[in-house]
Design a binder for this molecule. Structure first.
Ligand code: ZN
Length: 336
């Protein structure tokens, strides 16, 4: 079977890769999303990346899987106003990609990034063999993907799992979705950066020097400083873990998952985030729920984005009743 083109449209980065169906990476490139330029420019840049990786893979590619921030209609192939992609108002992404890639629309599968990430963790990552898991993207935003009883749960309107938009802080900061106090507004990469900026004056010189100015500050500056043992950064990550735990506790009470897999930020921060998060969850939730719960960072790290697109395609094939290769361990490397 021909390899699959995997596309990932994040709030900060785009990636395109060509992979075998068992996850072996043949070629990959990334570029900044520059989301403020709007969908036309972002899609043009993505098509350019796709052309380059397809050329460099040197093999025919006649199918694609796309991972993109929700909400979206994965059946119709339409992206509906994701908070991290300004100007994407009901964009017919599948049709535009089909035209630009020369791949028939029915060979292009789309899934929101959190659902695609959950599928990737279930098939290739930390949650192999698990039946009840929640995956949180933990990147620019916070999306949730839920696999319940072994199957992806999409909900009545294909929009289940928008866990980043639970109200966590009453009258808190405005979220990209327009509501106030969402989990995403305080604990995502963008939310952490926004909280940090409010405390720029009290930050240690090492973080100020690393970022240069408040508008250049990111969650990665904080995590790097915490890794070096900076007390302010360690404390700020603990505060972030406590906010995150409020949202995750709701999921634990409602879904009783056996595993919670956290994406990009947790992959970078590891125990600096996970240890206080586990402790706070034990404090907030009943023991009967936390005893059987594992809270881990993604194992796929740099490979999550390309495996997400691939798994979006494989899931669509499964739903069509087409043969899909058994789960396996992919090879490859990179940096998220
Ligand atoms: Zn929100």
């Amino acid at each position: 079977m021909n390899p699959v083109l995997s596309l990932d449209i994040g709030g900060t980065k785009l990636s395109a890769a060509v992979l075998s169906r068992s996850g072996d990476l043949l070629s990959k490139e990334r570029a900044p999303t520059l989301a403020q330029e709007g969908p036309r420019c972002v899609i043009a840049r993505l098509l350019d990346l796709a052309a380059r990786v397809t050329r460099s893979a040197g093999v025919p590619v006649d199918a694609a899987g796309v991972s993109v921030g929700g909400p979206l209609d994965s059946v119709a192939g339409i992206v509906h106003q994701p908070p991290n992609l300004p100007g994407w108002d009901h964009v017919s992404l599948r049709a535009l990609l089909s035209e630009g890639l020369g791949i028939p629309a029915d060979r292009i599968a789309m899934e929101n990034d959190a659902n695609a990430g959950a599928l990737a963790e279930h098939r290739f990552g930390a949650a192999r063999g698990r039946s009840h898991l929640v995956f949180l993207t933990m990147s620019t935003g916070i999306g949730g993907g839920m696999i319940l009883d072994g199957r992806l749960y999409r909900g009545a309107g294909l929009s289940a799992g928008e866990v980043g938009h639970q109200m966590i802080v009453p009258d808190g900061p405005v979220c990209g979705c327009g509501k106030r106090g969402c989990l995403e507004a305080v604990a995502s990469g963008a939310g952490i950066a926004s909280r940090l900026r409010e405390r720029f004056d009290e930050m240690p010189a090492r973080i100020k020097n690393a970022c240069g100015s408040p508008d250049q500050l990111t969650a990665r500056h904080l995590i790097d400083a915490a890794r070096d043992g900076d007390p302010f950064a360690v404390m700020f990550l603990e505060e972030t873990a406590a906010l995150l735990a409020r949202g995750i506790a709701n999921l634990v009470f409602i879904l009783n998952p056996e595993m919670l897999v956290l994406g990009t930020l947790a992959w970078h921060a590891r125990d600096l985030l996970l240890v206080p998060l586990r402790a706070e969850l034990r404090r907030l939730c009943w023991p009967v729920l936390t005893q059987s719960l594992e809270v881990v960072a993604t194992q796929l790290g740099p490979r999550l984005e390309e495996l997400s697109g691939l798994c979006a395609f494989l899931e669509a094939e499964r739903l069509k009743g087409m043969p899909v290769d058994p789960p396996g361990c992919p090879s490859g490397s990179g940096s998220p």
